[in-house]
Design a protein around this ligand. Structure first.
Ligand SMILES: *Cc1c(COP(=O)(O)O)cnc(C)c1O
Length: 394
């Protein structure tokens, strides 16, 4: 194992931190990144993966564990990268793929981050973990906390879809519904938890969820024969998927598994009703202004401000990518086409990536022969009311 230390993601010059004690944000307020002895890992071979478990723990050399730690795993990661020829034909693309994250425990890619975060929380001696969430992160945390024998406290907006509340409860978490958005839930969670020493796993306010998310980059490389796609289209809220993959690209290049200089263009997709990163990208700013009155059917995209905004913007720009928003109606249309043409059960966030691709193809920003990967970050079933209310034919 090669996990060595934590450091500021900015970086602000603060000294490295010892990961054997609890840390949340850097003293400057920026997220912390886990760092590894990458030079030593140059002797780790791709062939060693051959006999490993089909979960994200197959990459354990690049995950935040120490000898003697037991990963908390429910079979997360190593999701299929599905060729989507019928959807591709509709769009005139020859190499369109969907990374289907709905097949993770609790139906979303959030399982990846909670597997690594709860593994660390338990190793650090936490007994109660808490999270403010727009939905899926709470379900995933509840599942991993249950598997680890920890108490789970979930804080979500009162108007969240019912399936999220029911699933968290089913998985043994106590749920508090909060007036407002995920940012308000975060404030209440911190108020309740700080005096009691709860371990807070808010997006990017602890360093380890990101480590689970970065394995999406590792899987892309492994599934494509150790190269990157040309374009990655990702629905972004708090930004851990995008930022995590960007970190993962760097690490695999640094250990020599993928040749440098060929990273994908990273496309961030947001909702018209909540698009802080799109606005900041268009204005050439390094950070994003908070959105007021954020609204969208895609709960995972209803994030009015994100502590990792500058990291998202940096990754999008460094990759030569872009950021765009789509309407709720276009997301639902995207869900329907993924379902009808490819048999994929997509969350609105997944549908949003297809809606974005429509726009990028129409404007010539994606070429016919490019290898494009859409991330279906969750499944449709927790969002059924979105389908039934908007489109039953009369
Ligand atoms: C949380 C979530 C997102 C956004 O995730 P980030 O990577 O944190 O921006 C997208 N889709 C779904 C289904 C989600 O639950």
């Amino acid at each position: 194992m090669s996990f060595t230390h934590l450091e500021c993601s900015r970086p602000c010059g603060a000294p490295a931190l010892d990961p054997r004690t609890r840390h949340h944000l850097c003293r400057c307020g920026a997220p912390l990144f886990a760092r590894y002895d990458l030079a030593a890992l140059r002797s780790w071979t791709r062939e060693s993966l051959r006999d490993r478990e089909p979960t994200l723990w197959r990459y354990r050399e690049l995950l935040p564990v120490f000898p003697g730690d037991t990963p908390i795993s429910l079979g997360e990661g190593y999701t299929p990268l599905l060729h989507a020829p019928r959807l591709g034909a509709e769009l005139g693309l020859s190499a369109l793929f969907v990374k289907d994250e709905s097949l993770n425990p609790t139906n979303s890619f959030k399982a990846r981050g909670q597997s690594t975060a709860i593994t660390r929380a338990r190793a650090l001696g936490a007994t109660t973990v808490s999270v403010p969430t727009a939905g899926n992160a709470g379900c995933a945390m509840a599942a991993y906390a249950a598997a680890a024998g920890l108490d789970a406290r979930v804080f979500m907006p009162r108007d969240v879809k019912r399936a999220f509340v029911e699933e968290c409860t089913l998985l043994g978490a106590s749920v508090e519904l909060v007036d407002g958005l995920i940012t308000d839930a975060g404030r209440i969670a911190a108020q309740r938890g700080a005096p009691l020493g709860w371990y807070d796993v808010s997006t990017l306010k602890e360093p380890y969820r990101l480590e689970g998310k970065k394995t999406m980059a590792f899987e892309l490389a492994e599934q494509l024969g150790w190269r990157w796609p040309d374009v990655v289209i990702y629905p972004t809220g708090g930004g851990t998927g995008l930022i995590g993959m960007w970190k993962g690209f760097q690490e695999l290049e640094d250990i020599g598994w993928v040749a440098p200089g060929q990273r994908p263009r990273m496309i961030s997709v947001q909702a018209d009703g909540c698009a802080p990163i799109v606005a900041a990208f268009a204005d050439g700013r390094d950070t994003a202004a908070p959105v007021t009155d954020a609204h969208t059917i895609a709960d995972g995209l209803r994030v009015p401000s994100a502590v990792g905004d500058f990291l998202m913007l940096r990754a999008i720009r460094d990759s030569g990518g872009t950021a765009l928003s789509v309407s709720d109606e276009a997301m639902i249309d995207g869900m329907r086409r993924m379902g009808r043409l490819e048999g994929i059960s997509a969350a609105p966030e997944g549908g949003a990536t297809l809606a974005a691709l429509d726009a990028l193809v129409a404007s010539g920003q994606v070429d016919r022969d490019e290898l494009v990967v859409l991330f279906n970050t969750g499944g449709a079933l927790k969002y059924l009311e979105v389908l039934s209310t908007s489109s039953v034919s009369e």
